[in-house]
Design a protein around this ligand. Structure first.
Ligand SMILES: C[S@@+](CC[C@H](N)C(=O)[O-])C[C@H]1O[C@@H](n2cnc3c(N)ncnc32)[C@H](O)[C@@H]1O
Length: 274
């Protein structure tokens, strides 16, 4: 008989939980509720074991002194759920209300600010490329996230074939490709990726100086993970990089009521900078 090995978790005590939770909040703004002790333990315990650390106190000191380990912890605790053309209404608005009314000849700039594995950034790139490439109008999309593992996946741009149905067929044919040696995935074509700039950005910190002003920013399904103070800081930070008259897309359950008055709600979850 094959012996069954049951892996025992390293238990996190109240003090360790409080210290880790504070450190995570300070670094990333991610607010871990008091009832999420088990969540944190489950996410990090087997990794701490892999590092041959016997307690969360040792793990805490490890991540304090090792930047790479700190990043691995951030990668493990972020929620990265996303999919192509999530909230279709935003992509319709981008096409019919923004791109079709463009009057400036300047490079059109869009930022997917917590893009996870890239589906959001590639969805808007497809809409933009389909419209602007034919008009020879230059454009670029910045794809960023705090989690460098999802960023790595976004750069590879390899997706499960089951996701194909979420992409309109004409876009799939134009901007995605299959590879002979891989019958389980599809890939985003190089031509589309050429206009994407990949960046590792923590939205709670000072934004990189080379991030200029954007026509459109997607900040969807991320502020739900922060407390009110952090939401305010992030939204202010983001709006400072939005052009006057530019548009900000939020997740459908994320309101900016009492967070900022610098943008105006023009449709559910779509805001315009005043
Ligand atoms: C649920 S996903 C949303 C993905 C996409 N925007 C969408 O709506 O489908 C949330 C993303 O926010 C990222 N995130 C969390 N905290 C962040 C921070 N402080 N700075 C930048 N990105 C952050 C996470 O890594 C995760 O990939």
């Amino acid at each position: 008989m094959i012996p069954i090995i049951i892996e025992t978790a390293i238990i996190i005590n109240d003090n360790e939980f409080r210290k880790l939770k504070e450190l995570i909040y300070k670094h990333s703004g991610l607010f871990i509720e008091n009832d999420k002790k088990e969540f944190l333990q489950n996410k990090l315990s087997s990794h701490a074991k892999k590092l041959k650390l016997e307690s969360f106190t040792k793990y805490y000191y490890k991540i304090l002194e090792d930047e790479n380990e700190f990043q691995i912890m951030i990668n493990k605790i972020t929620t990265n759920q996303t999919y192509f053309f999530r909230e279709q209404i935003h992509f319709d608005f981008l096409k019919y209300e923004i791109l079709e009314n463009l009057d400036s000849k300047r490079v059109f700039k869009c930022w997917s600010a917590a893009s996870s594995t890239g589906e959001e950034a590639y969805s808007c790139s497809m809409v933009i490329a389909n419209d602007l490439d034919t008009k020879n109008h230059r454009w670029e999309v910045v794809l960023s996230d705090i989690n460098n593992e999802v960023l790595r996946k976004a750069k590879i741009a390899k997706y499960d074939l089951k996701e194909e149905k979420k992409i309109p067929t004409d876009f799939f044919n134009k901007y995605c490709e299959l590879k002979k040696e891989d019958n389980k995935h599809f890939y985003i074509k190089k031509d589309l990726k050429r206009s994407i700039i990949y960046k590792h950005i923590n939205l709670t910190k000072k934004l990189p100086q080379d991030l200029e002003q954007f026509d459109v920013i997607f900040l969807r399904n991320v502020i739900i993970y922060f407390d009110k103070e952090t939401r305010k800081n992030i939204v202010e930070n983001i709006i400072s990089r939005l052009k006057k008259g530019g548009y900000l897309f939020m997740g459908h359950s994320e309101s900016l009521f009492n967070i900022t008055s610098k943008v105006k709600l023009i449709k559910p979850s779509i805001y315009k900078k005043l």
